[in-house]
Design a protein. Structure first.
Length: 486
């Protein structure tokens, strides 16, 4: 038990920071700047412990095999903590979150981050459900955080209702699975499947998939996403667009690939189920990327447009799941990492504009590329993020899509690849709309001058350069990611 506690020390640091910030904000005397510094100290400490001490626990199963501290868990835990730090920096001077509620806001950010970290290592369905609910409850509160904004309250209610239904369906599937097999351990499912050979076991897996599909905003369980992304504070939208989505995919990988096909023995047992899973994930991928891209085309609000864009990217990731192979899983891991860089960067720019100009309209970006100074720098970095999201070379988003499509071609999924290529072309249209506004339209508005602070310029610069770097020198990192696959 003591070794298990040491293995989750980064999560414990996040939880302790959560309680500390709760007490600090309850005192009513904490200032925004001091809360920000304390939150950054807690987050950076957790990240340092992850980077320095996680390797010694690789392969260790904690708390009676509820959690596994493998390389995949390490990768996603680092990603989630880094994302939380980015979101906290984005909120430091955000006008969308008041000084009065800043402490409570940070509490929820650390809470959802701890939940995602636990989910990354979960290898027991009960632990998976517990972690998902931990994430969801914090997410519902963060969505409606701007109390005076009616759309935020409505979006929070919608998110809660949809989430509750998806959670109930998933829990029903888990209970049915346990009743049929007598186990909730992921590594025991193949043996239980062989012993049971019951068609209802497949049905229970489909019910469980509903909960995961809701978390990644796959069509037709995507209806909550656009309203939530638009209504929530922009830093929160950044968190939702990347964190819970990545958490949903790591669990999809663990349940439907690592546990079913991660070993030769398990793969031999679950082989009859492989074709069905490929069809299900292929269908989800096709309708998710198509619906997301088509609906994004007609949006005028940039946060709402990026919400539908996020749905389409979930479709591309589902192509990797449909491949049901090491190549597909490696491509997904690379794409999720790149998605953090390019989507995080895009929302960072949107957050800058919202705080300076108070606008979320695409039309308000008109002429920004030619106004000089910080305006041109922001427009340039935003263009890099958009080019990468669109999947154009030499940016990392192109390499991510290349690996995803290559994995599908390897499994002879030519129709799915064709649908994916058509969707890439559709995506170019609505990303180009923003570029057209910035560089080919005349500025008709008198906005406040956009002056970048040193830390803001460093972050957008670092993210854009990272996208260029991983778009050119991708082989070493991709090789490292492939070592994570069992």
């Amino acid at each position: 038990m003591f070794e298990s506690t040491k293995a989750i020390l980064p999560e414990l640091i996040l939880i302790v920071t959560t309680f500390y910030l709760t007490l600090r904000s309850a005192s009513g005397r904490a200032k925004r700047q001091s809360l920000f510094i304390e939150a950054m100290v807690g987050g950076v400490t957790a990240l340092v412990f992850l980077l320095l001490f996680s390797e010694r626990y690789f392969g260790f199963k904690a708390f009676y095999s509820l959690l596994e501290m493998d390389k995949t868990a390490f990768f996603f835990r680092v990603l989630f903590v880094a994302l939380a730090l980015l979101v906290i920096v984005m909120t430091a001077k955000s006008k969308e979150v008041s000084d009065y509620l800043f402490g409570e806001y940070l509490v929820l950010i650390f809470s959802i981050t701890a939940g995602m970290c636990f989910l990354a290592g979960s290898i027991d369905l009960l632990m998976i459900y517990f972690s998902l609910e931990w994430i969801s409850l914090s997410s519902y509160l963060l969505t409606g955080f701007i109390a005076y904004k009616r759309s935020a309250s409505e979006a929070s209610m919608k998110y809660t209702l949809f989430g509750g239904i998806a959670s109930a369906v998933m829990l029903f599937g888990i209970s049915w699975l346990f009743g049929l097999t007598g186990t909730l351990k992921l590594d025991e499912l193949p043996t239980a499947y062989l012993a049971t050979q019951n068609v209802m076991l497949t049905f229970s897996l489909v019910l469980i998939l509903v909960g995961f599909a809701f978390k990644v905003a796959a069509v037709p369980l995507h209806f909550w996403a656009p309203d939530v992304y638009q209504a929530a504070p922009t830093p929160v939208t950044t968190l939702f667009a990347i964190g819970p989505k990545a958490a949903g995919f790591v669990i999809l990988i663990r349940v439907f690939y690592y546990s079913f096909f991660g070993t030769e023995e398990a793969a031999a047992i679950m082989e009859p189920l492989r074709a069905n899973l490929e069809v299900i994930f292929s269908f989800l991928a096709a309708i998710t990327m198509t619906a997301g891209n088509l609906l994004a085309m007609r949006q005028e609000n940039i946060k709402r447009m990026l919400a539908y864009s996020s749905i389409s990217h979930a479709g591309y990731l589902l192509m990797g799941m449909a491949a049901m192979s090491d190549s597909g899983t490696g491509a997904m891991l690379y794409y999720i990492f790149v998605y953090l860089l390019m989507n995080g960067g895009a929302f960072f720019v949107v957050n800058l504009i919202v705080n300076r100009w108070g606008s979320e309209k695409i039309s308000d970006y008109e002429g920004m590329g030619w106004r000089g100074g910080s305006h041109s720098l922001v427009a340039l970095t935003f263009s890099i993020f958009l080019f990468s999201l669109a999947g154009l070379p030499p940016f990392a988003g192109f390499i991510g899509k290349w690996f995803i499509f290559a994995a599908a071609v390897e499994k002879h999924m030519y129709l799915l690849v064709m649908i994916g290529l058509v969707n890439v072309v559709i995506g170019l249209y609505y990303y180009a709309r923003i570029l057209k506004a910035m560089y080919l339209s005349e500025n008709r508005l008198e906005q406040v001058p956009l002056k970048l602070k040193l830390n803001e310029g460093f972050i957008v610069g670092a993210l854009s350069l990272s996208i260029l770097y991983f778009g050119i020198f991708f082989s070493p990192f991709m090789g490292y990611l492939r070592t994570m696959i069992p």
